[in-house]
Design a protein around this ligand. Sequence first.
Ligand code: CP3
Length: 347
Amino acid sequence: MQRRERFLAALKRAPVDRPPVWLMRQAGRYLPEYRAVRAVHGFWEVCQTPELSTKVALEPLRKFALDAAIVFSDILVIPQALGAGVSFEKGEGPVFTKTLRTRDDLRGWHTNNLIDRLQFLPNAVKHLSHALENQWGLLGFAGAPFTLFSYCVEGGGSDDFRLARSLMATDPGLARDTLNVLADAAAELCLAQLSAGADAVQLFDTWGGLLTREDYRAFALPALNRAAAAIRKSGKPVMLFIKGGMHLLEVLRDVEVDGISLDWRTSFAEARRALPGKILQGQIDPVLLFASEAIVRERTKQLLSELDALPDGGAQGCIVNLGHGILPATPEANVAALCAEVAAHAH
Ligand code: CP3
């Protein structure tokens, strides 16, 4: 099977010769070519210049046996376009100049013509789509509402996002209204990427696993479903990544996305049992890529046999990926070994 054909078949849960593979953060700092581009261009400049964005998105496809590309962007383009003033230049995670803590802060968000200020992202998708010549699948993405909310309230990264989660408890009305604004922005941005040529989109709920089942159901899920329902009108699939979401599998039965991207602690077998009919993606531990090449090959083979043995269709409807993004110091040879092992599994 050809790469894009395999990726599209997996998204339809149709038969495949082997599961397709792509890796979260496959274009990034572990690649010297990416670091070389960043040495001369700012992060937002790369995102907003189609030639640069395409260049860094193509780099991993040249090197590794991957079946799909992901457009080069960031989930924080939405807070940035809302006026939060997001920068990465200090190399210690994102920093916001404006946080959202009050009703007035929400009123101050620049929601008018939001999609116009985000036009660079569908433009990047269009540019990348031409370069791929239909040979690779193409993913667009956006932040899931709760994860965007967490960054906006906290004003950057955090271990526990205590300000964001305590705001949900102290002012649930403000939290819900904010989540809805973010849901609508994410949906509009995903639809624009799908119209520009993306085959599917992924919503990243990196911090969703911090919530109890009750809070996920009460706050994150309604906003997620608001976004997912709007995106699915396009007829194209929506994937959802959650980190640390093993306690949420039961709640995810009610999520209106087509597939779930599992983190490294959540097994395919449990997920298939809890979520019959969903596309499943994941979940090799990104830290494993710091072990030896032989171990990477062995664990990848193990995962592939686990997929073949799954109830309800085996590896059909499965996509191999990591359980979280590739870490910056990851050795390239191990990324190559993982992809080569998946490619060798065809039957
Ligand atoms: O190939 C790809 O997947 C690249 C596209 C991509 C980036 N960010 C580029 C990026 C994607 C899909 C993301 C998603 C993203 N961004 C998430 C969800 C996935 C996850 O990792 O949990 C989150 C939470 C963010 C927010 C974010 N952006 C952080 C926390 C940081 C700084 C820390 C870090 O890992 O560098 C970023 C910046 C960022 N986004 C970089 C890249 C390549 C590094 C910036 C640089 O070049 O200095």
